[in-house]
Design a protein. Structure first.
Length: 248
């Protein structure tokens, strides 16, 4: 399966990561020659990727009316990894792993934003569900500024079962949910081998997913609204994990 990535950051990071097969780089006529576009073209030529110049109309035919910034890259599909291989890769690093699990996050912008944070804090792997959830589409790659190209991502059939697999591998799993009995995120020990579960927009964690978590934690809310955007809440939790691990 082939797809077309768009946007300068997304295209550059895909070429830098070199985890997909690149087939063709399209640069729009009269696109500004700036350092990042020059780097993109150099990366493509170094990998033997054909570089073509296209009109604005041709670029629109390739990627639609998205904010492509005059750059598009035709590549193979996203290289998902199995959960077993992800756990094996983490075990080789011999460190306390940190995973991000997404429970039916459906907005590609939220997915992309969470992936960008996950890559920034050094998450070892991301686990998403295959059905009824956003996957790693070109839109998600663009929203993550290409961060997904550097991440190990497993797309599983059943997230609850994946949680059990993590626990069998001695990974603790914490769900981000503002319910009675949940610990404040600053009072939770996030230095252990850990998986952080973020729920979907509006609905939060599903019951079975919530019940399989070792514990739940929440963010303090002092304003009039009672919830945060999924990507914002997840990013805060991941950076708290990074802070605690750095301090330890």
């Amino acid at each position: 399966m082939r797809e077309t990535l768009y946007g300068r950051q997304a295209v550059r990071e895909s070429l830098r990561a070199a985890r997909r097969t690149p087939y063709r780089l399209a640069l729009m006529d009269r696109v500004l020659s700036v350092p990042i576009t020059e780097e993109i073209e150099e990366l493509a030529r170094a990998q033997g990727v054909p570089v073509v110049r296209v009109s604005r109309h041709e670029m629109a035919n390739l990627v639609g009316e998205e904010n492509h910034q005059g750059v598009a890259l035709e590549v193979s599909g996203y290289p998902y990894i199995s959960l077993y291989d992800m756990l094996d890769a983490v075990e080789e690093h011999e460190r306390r792993p940190l995973f991000l699990l997404l429970d039916l996050v459906q907005d590609v912008r939220n997915l992309g934003s969470l992936m960008r944070t996950a890559e920034a804090v050094g998450v070892d792997g991301v686990i998403i569900q295959g059905r009824r959830a956003a996957g790693v589409t070109p839109g998600a790659v663009n929203a993550s500024s290409g961060a997904v190209e550097h991440l190990l991502i497993a797309q599983v059939t059943n997230l609850s079962r994946a949680i059990e697999q993590l626990k069998d591998a001695d990974v603790w799993v914490v769900g981000l949910e503002d319910v009675y009995g949940a610990k404040l995120y600053t009072e939770s020990d996030l230095t252990v081998p850990l998986g952080v579960v973020v729920g979907s927009e509006g609905k939060g964690l599903r019951r079975l997913v919530r019940e399989r978590c070792d514990w739940l934690m929440k963010l303090p809310m002092h304003g009039e609204i009672n919830s945060l955007n999924a990507s914002v809440a997840g990013s805060i939790a991941l950076y708290e994990a990074l802070r605690q691990r750095a301090a330890a």
